[in-house]
Design a binder for this molecule. Structure first.
Ligand code: UT7
Length: 327
């Protein structure tokens, strides 16, 4: 529960997607799958795949630079990078992103919460701002899942894509548009094997699809209800719902369980697939660009993924710029 009057306020948004697009037809030539299976089961038609010369950090730096441009800032007090596909286990990507952006010797670190990474980073950043430990923060969620999935595994290869999204947060008051009003977050380590990636020589990402599917619906629904309770909103008062973009059927099922009209849910996965931690900021940019997200909207963000970890946040959408680019 956020109790202080001083909180984080969203000041700018940036994204970066790799130029390489791989559609279902291209995947169907290599794997025992089909465009109709992928579309019907997931809603995904294509995903962006970064080439070997584009790293998770490259995407993070470009998205971060775009968010700083969008916010009109050249300096921040801290950098938080959310990623579950780091280029290297050590050191963290945060300091490299900060130095690549010329942000000096600010504190910079990583948050590892997979698909919930963006909202976890938002929660941590709101805490830092709320206590006065930082004023302006650049937070970036960047993923390169094409490194983690087995190119020959149709069960995961068709789902994931690469990309990055970033936000600049500034210090402000609860009654301002863009203020982070409420956060619900949680975890369940007993489900650690449902989605895992041993990395190194250990192999590729593996996911118990059906069980994760059911858990995703359960946790995104219950976490959304808790965050609504914290800010005293009824579900009917939510104008825009921005769920983690894993699967269109999951988004529909969560909307149905919440009795939320489906057209209030932003669905942005058709051409980007599941970009894990980056999926929420990419969906925000998508919604801003096509006008489904409007200033003044009461908004709930919610996510679920490996850990298991889930998180939700509530805010009123501000008048902000979004800068997007490709790499
Ligand atoms: O972002 C982190 C959180 N991740 C998620 O939330 C993902 C959650 N899970 C899902 O979205 C869905 O479970 C999937 C999209 C991964 C799978 O959909 P499903 O309806 O749960 O299918 P299934 O796993 O029950 O598989 C049904 C059939 C199986 O064949 P049999 O055993 O019935 O003969 C699979 O082998 O579909 C088969 N299958 C495929 N067929 C064609 C699995 N992947 C594919 C594929 N193309 N790509």
């Amino acid at each position: 529960m956020i109790t202080s009057d001083q909180t984080a306020v969203l000041a700018g948004l940036g994204t970066c997607l790799p130029v390489g697009e791989e559609d279902n037809a291209a995947l169907s030539e290599r794997l025992d799958t089909s465009d109709s299976w992928i579309r019907e089961r997931t809603g995904i038609a294509a995903r962006r795949i970064a080439g070997p010369d584009v790293s998770m950090r490259d995407l993070a730096v470009a998205a971060g630079e775009n968010a700083l441009k969008a916010a009109g800032l050249a300096e921040v007090d801290a950098v938080v990078v959310a990623t579950s596909t780091p280029d290297r286990p050590l050191p963290a990507a945060g300091p490299q992103v900060a130095s690549s952006l010329g942000l000096g010797s600010v504190p910079a670190f990583d948050v590892s919460a997979a698909c919930s990474g963006f909202i976890y980073a938002l929660a941590v950043s709101a805490g830092l701002i709320g206590t006065g430990l930082a004023g302006d923060i650049l937070m970036v969620a960047s993923e390169k899942y094409s490194r983690a999935v087995d190119p020959a595994d149709r069960a995961t290869r068709v789902l994931f894509g690469d990309g990055a999204g970033a936000a600049v947060l500034r210090s402000g008051r609860r009654d301002e548009r863009g203020a982070v009003l409420a956060v619900d977050w949680g975890s369940d380590g007993t489900g650690r094997d449902l989605i895992h990636w041993p990395g190194g020589q250990g192999g590729y990402l593996s996911m118990a699809g059906k069980r994760v599917y059911l858990k995703a619906i359960e946790h995104m629904t219950s976490s959304t209800l808790r965050v609504l309770d914290q800010c005293g909103w009824a579900i009917s008062e939510v104008d825009t719902f921005v769920p983690h973009q894993a699967n269109m059927r999951i988004i529909r099922a969560v909307a149905q369980q919440l009795s939320l009209p489906e057209d209030r849910a932003v669905c942005a996965l058709e051409r980007t697939g599941n970009t894990a931690g980056a999926s929420i900021p990419l969906a925000l940019a998508h919604g801003q660009a096509n006008g489904t997200i409007r200033a003044g909207d009461r908004m709930v963000l919610t996510a679920f993924g490996a850990g298991l970890a889930w998180a939700s946040a509530a805010l009123v959408w501000p008048e902000i710029n979004t800068v997007e680019s490709e790499l």
